[in-house]
Design a protein around this ligand. Structure first.
Ligand SMILES: Nc1ncnc2c1ncn2[C@@H]1O[C@H](COP(=O)(O)OS(=O)(=O)O)[C@@H](OP(=O)(O)O)[C@H]1O
Ligand SMILES: Nc1ncnc2c1ncn2[C@@H]1O[C@H](COP(=O)(O)OP(=O)(O)O)[C@@H](O)[C@H]1O
Length: 393
């Protein structure tokens, strides 16, 4: 979730970002290096001790920014594989003399052989420390990495370690070494050569379907009368006729009769409207569905928030700018709204008395002037196919 949407409750409470929450977890478990400050970026006007909250608002710890130290308040009880988030003290007590193995990618057959050989040679047992903190290099979700690790080396204890990868490679190595050393005295490096076994590959494949089988949000943006609803509807029909995927339409006008009933057209209300559409679309994407949205969505930052929500949910976000010029939209004036807006009867009308920020991150921009709906639809579908988001049959 983007930082803008994080809840800031009061001067004394703050929700850290994902990396900071991972660092905090290590600190609370006793796995954070004693000689390293725990840094949490706080708003400028907060100077004294502050309560750190998880994204659901649960107070996790009291943090003193002056010293960079924390005191535990409450322990999270939810989250996939929560029972694997163990403190070093527990791991050391249950598995003394273990060989610590940091797992940040699905294990290959060579990795497995290396571990089994080392166990046989040393008489020590492997403890698999799965990196569960934010890591841009990870190619599967954390739950899938845990499942893949269990499938690769059945019977070995698995510990989820909330180690967030640092951008600076040297710094990352230093932190990683220190955290692994908190869990085990001995560490075994993996060769990372070769390929995973079939069982591991099947788990990875189920977790990471091809791009055209993942959740997809096709988001049309443009002025009133530009053709968003018409093209969105045509795309919807084509998907239904194709029959391979189910599809949900979140049309601007329709949403305002249901999900966003009662909202007006102030900047704040428009942002709320788009955030709601984005939230629903991201949930659809999470379940690998297809959502077609067609609101005006005039603000760049709000559209970018929707993109972040969808991508966080594992989906792809295809922004389509229906770039029909204002003059053509006004000439069409299907609903007579432009005439009323010009006459001052509708305040804050997009393109007349309220801004429209044209996107610079659209997959494609289509001008519908003088073109048929089918022509424009073909161009949109062509862009989706070229981006690997849709497969023509
Ligand atoms: N002030 C003002 N500005 C723009 N549009 C207005 C306004 N008042 C009513 N309408 C009608 O509402 C439709 C736009 O709603 P959206 O939900 O798509 O707008 S927004 O994304 O929240 O900005 C829009 O529908 P479309 O023509 O389908 O875009 C208009 O019919
Ligand atoms: N190539 C085209 N694509 C989409 N709409 C078109 C096209 N050519 C003409 N139009 C007309 O433009 C109008 C667009 O209205 P609509 O789809 O409701 O726009 P919006 O949802 O952006 O307000 C419709 O009357 C439609 O028939």
């Amino acid at each position: 979730m983007s930082r803008e949407t994080i809840l800031f409750v009061s001067d004394a409470q703050w929700t850290p970002d994902a990396q900071e929450l991972a660092d905090l977890e290590l600190a609370l478990l006793g796995a954070w290096p004693a000689d390293r400050r725990l840094d949490v970026r706080l708003p400028e006007d907060v100077s004294g001790p502050v309560e750190l909250l998880d994204p659901e608002g649960l107070p996790l710890a009291a943090y003193d920014p002056a010293t960079g130290t924390v005191r535990a308040l409450d322990a999270p009880t939810y989250g996939a594989f929560r029972h694997l988030h163990l403190p070093p003290a527990t791991v050391r007590a249950e598995h003394p003399d273990a060989l610590g193995i940091l797992v940040d990618q699905p294990l290959t057959v060579d990795d497995v052989t290396t571990v089994v050989d080392a166990e046989d040679r040393t008489g020590r047992r492997a403890v698999l420390l799965v990196r569960s903190g934010p890591d841009p290099l990870r190619t599967v979700t954390v739950p899938a990495l845990v499942r893949a690790t269990a499938a690769a080396l059945p019977g070995r204890p698995i510990v989820a370690v909330a180690l967030a990868r640092r951008a600076d490679a040297q710094d990352d190595r230093r932190l990683t070494d220190a955290v692994v050393a908190a869990y085990t005295d001995e560490r075994l490096a993996l060769p990372r050569t070769g390929a995973p076994s079939d069982a591991v590959a099947a788990i990875v494949a189920a977790d990471q379907p091809p791009l055209d089988e993942r959740g997809l949000v096709v988001f049309f943006t443009g002025l009133s009368g530009s053709g968003k609803s018409t093209i969105a509807r045509a795309l919807y029909d084509r998907v239904v006729e194709d029959g391979r995927r189910t599809v949900t339409s979140l049309d601007g006008d329709v949403v305002r009769h249901h999900l966003s009933k009662g909202l007006g057209f102030s900047k704040e209300d428009r942002e709320t409207n788009i955030a709601r559409i984005g939230w629903v679309a991201a949930e659809i994407a999470r379940h690998r569905g297809l959502a077609i949205c067609s609101p005006i969505a005039p603000f760049d930052s709000t559209r970018k928030q929707v993109r972040a929500m969808v991508e966080d949910a594992g989906g792809s976000f295809a922004l389509i700018h229906v770039a029909t010029p204002l003059e053509e939209c006004e000439r069409r004036d299907r609903k007579g709204l432009y005439a009323k807006a010009r006459a001052g009867q509708i305040p804050e009308f997009t393109g007349i008395s309220s801004p429209y920020e044209a996107p610079s991150d659209a997959l494609v921009a289509v001008d519908t002037t003088g073109r048929t709906v089918t022509e424009v639809l073909d161009e949109v579908v062509g862009a989706l196919v070229a981006a690997g988001l849709w497969r023509d049959e």
